[in-house]
Design a protein around this ligand. Structure first.
Ligand code: FES
Ligand code: FES
Length: 166
């Protein structure tokens, strides 16, 4: 077992873990953060996407020990004081989800895109999300949601990670 110390969604955890334990399983099974789903375990679907020290990663392709000393943000850490971010709200308002299984990964990947490119085109959104699969094939509304979030961000002057209270 290896001792790790990880900050996840603003809370610091210390745990003894098997060196082969995947970060996705650590989040879900050790910390109970089941908002990060596992859709394939083979790095194909993107459902398990999280932010690791500012880099967007598929948590099923990272070992928990690799996150030692790092900050992890999951979809559960985005809202503040119960208020969704513009991106989360846009997914809701634009019907960017059906069963919702892919949604955490889509939101985390889209968040990364909007940090890098606050004015994406539709094609750029599609390109950025190509590592994330939606089995309900709701891609059209997902792209619309990301573009809507970008528009809200410009209109409000807020950043993607900030809450909207009005
Ligand atoms: Fe990680 Fe599918 S569960 S990419
Ligand atoms: Fe069902 Fe995407 S909404 S997998």
């Amino acid at each position: 077992m290896t001792r790790i110390k990880v900050n996840v969604d603003g809370t610091t955890y210390e745990d003894d873990v098997e060196p082969r334990l995947l970060l996705a399983h650590y989040l879900r099974d050790h910390l109970g953060l089941t908002g990060t789903p596992i859709g394939c375990d083979t790095s194909n679907c993107g459902a398990c996407t999280v932010d690791l020290d500012g880099a967007t990663v598929k948590s099923c392709s990272v070992l928990a020990v690799q996150a030692d000393g790092c900050e992890v943000t999951t979809v559960q850490g985005l809202a503040e004081d119960g208020q969704w971010t513009p991106l989360q709200r846009a997914f809701h308002e634009q019907h960017g989800l059906q069963c919702g299984y892919c949604t955490p990964g889509m939101i985390m990947a889209a968040r990364d895109l909007l940090r890098e490119n606050p004015h994406p085109t539709s094609d750029e959104v599609r390109h950025a999300l190509e590592g994330n699969l939606c089995r309900c094939t709701g891609y059209q509304n997902i792209v619309r949601a990301v573009l809507a979030a970008a528009g809200q961000q410009h209109a409000s002057g807020r950043q993607v990670g900030e809450e909207i209270t009005a």
